[in-house]
Write a protein that binds this ligand. Structure first.
Ligand SMILES: [Zn+2]
Length: 363
């Protein structure tokens, strides 16, 4: 019989302690390796917040809806194009002037509908440019000016689909009646206040001129405001002279104060101070971006309408002004129903002002 090591014999008799020791030797480092904090399942990494929208760009000195501003280069393609000149188009309604009244009617006028940037506007006057996120709905407002002289075209304008806004001339044959009709149809109504122009064009009744005393001025505007029912605000008819004058513009805003009315600067002169003075007086305000029908052909109206949409796509908001011309109405009757599928919403002017204000506050 072979002599055996007593230790081996002991292990052979009872291997359990050895097995336990082996398990301990292997198991402990393994469990340490498995359960040290580094090996524990990592907590979910914080998901970086995807910034879906670029931060609102701030441009140095541009009013919110003006396509051109006091200090910057022209922003719209059309504004940067060299101005072609054409013969002054024949107007279809009385004393419509809102394109560029600084040019006498007998002369050729620049085709570029937006005037050059106002000169000398202090930078602190301007609000930052509003830029909505690219995925968000864009907004346009369309104002039809010069309502009041022609009942058939006025009625056809009011029948335009969706939230078109109507600017009604005071003391005109059909103004009050059409304003009532627009209101009944759920459309927003504003006063189209006639203001003096540099081309000496007749203003019609209710005209505001620098020759009026403050008392006469306020009375004339007050009577005009009373002549058109259901008003939400006003804009200027013509006005290439008056909107450049500070005192009369202050009188306008004083008359609006307490009446809960907004002011739209039709922007018929690049040197207009109207928007600035409205903001100073805390009157809700916006500035027209595009005139749709300075030239009343389908092609020209379409080009300006596309420009309106382009401003809306770039800035988020754009306001256009048209007139109750056959060509304009025919165009808008077809164009307005196509806006929804482009994710563009047509809103009344009061809503446009509210949207712009909340976007400005969010900056
Ligand atoms: Zn007008």
């Amino acid at each position: 019989m072979t002599a055996r090591d007593p230790l081996i014999e002991a292990i052979a008799r009872n291997p359990r302690p050895l097995v336990m020791m082996m398990i301990g030797l292997v198991g402990m480092p393994l469990s340490l390796w498995l359960f040290t904090p580094e090996r524990a399942p990592a907590p979910p990494a914080p998901v970086p917040r995807v910034q879906e929208t670029p931060p609102p760009a701030r441009a140095p000195a541009l009013a919110p809806t003006e396509t051109v501003g006091p200090a910057g280069p022209p922003e719209t393609p059309a504004a940067s194009e060299p101005a072609k000149t054409i013969e002054q188009p024949v107007r279809q309604t009385p004393d419509t002037e809102d394109s560029d009244p600084s040019v006498p009617l007998t002369q050729a006028m620049p085709l570029a509908p937006d005037p050059a940037p106002p000169a000398g506007t202090p930078p602190d006057d301007a609000l930052p440019v509003l830029v909505l996120p690219p995925t968000q709905t864009r907004y346009i407002a369309i104002i039809i000016d010069d309502i009041g002289y022609v009942d058939t075209l006025g009625a056809r304008a009011i029948a335009l689909p969706d939230d078109v806004t109507f600017a009604v001339l005071p003391h005109t044959p059909f103004g009050a009646e059409l304003a009532e009709s627009a209101h009944r149809n759920g459309k927003e109504v504003m006063l189209h206040a006639p203001m003096s122009n540099l081309a000496n064009m007749p203003l019609g009744p209710g005209g505001l001129t620098p020759a009026l005393s403050k008392e006469e001025f306020v009375k004339t505007l007050s009577l005009a405001l009373e002549a058109v029912p259901n008003l939400k605000g006003i804009n200027n008819h013509m006005g290439s002279e008056l909107t450049t004058l500070e005192s009369p513009m202050r009188w306008v805003m004083e008359t609006l104060q307490g009446r809960d009315l907004y002011f739209v600067d039709s922007y018929t002169n690049a040197a207009s101070v109207a928007g600035h003075i409205a903001r100073e007086a805390n009157i809700p305000t916006l500035t027209r971006n595009v005139f749709l029908d300075n030239v009343q052909t389908h092609e020209d109206i379409d080009r300006e309408f596309q420009r309106l949409l382009q401003v809306a796509r770039e800035k988020g908001f754009a306001t256009g002004i048209g007139h109750p011309y056959e060509a304009t109405l025919e165009y808008l009757e077809k164009a307005i129903p196509t806006l929804t599928r482009m994710n563009i919403e047509l809103v009344p002017v009061s809503e446009m002002i509210r949207l712009q204000r909340s976007a400005t506050d969010a900056l």
